[in-house]
Design a protein. Structure first.
Length: 114
């Protein structure tokens, strides 16, 4: 069964992020994700545990650094304020691989009420 993901804005902002549901276990998910993102040559250079239930990873790639986070509910996010082009390329690579299915995001749902 393929993993689903969204390419959407952060809440209240214009910066984009990738959001995944890592159903079936984080280790299998991360191995599959890094295989698909192989052309970017992702390498985890730092990891930390936040509040005993969220994991943060700093990842270097050929297109810049990004942060990968995993929460206790198996939601995984890839974020990078400075390297949005890297996230666009990651989205392109994910769309080319049958193990990931992109769901359309309603950008208005992530805007803060005025």
């Amino acid at each position: 069964m393929p993993y689903t993901y969204l390419f959407r804005p952060v809440y209240g902002g214009d910066t984009l992020l990738l959001e995944f549901y890592a159903e079936g276990g984080f280790e299998d998910f991360i191995n599959t994700l890094f295989e698909v993102l192989g052309p970017l040559e992702p390498v985890i250079v730092k990891s930390e545990l936040i509040l005993q239930d969220e994991m943060l990873f700093t990842v270097h790639s050929t297109m810049g650094e990004f942060t990968l986070s995993k929460d206790p509910w198996d939601l995984v996010f890839i974020l990078s304020d400075e390297h949005q082009d890297c996230l666009h390329e990651a989205d392109r690579l994910l769309q080319l691989d049958g193990r990931f299915v992109k769901e359309e995001a309603d950008f208005e749902a992530y805007r803060l009420p005025e």
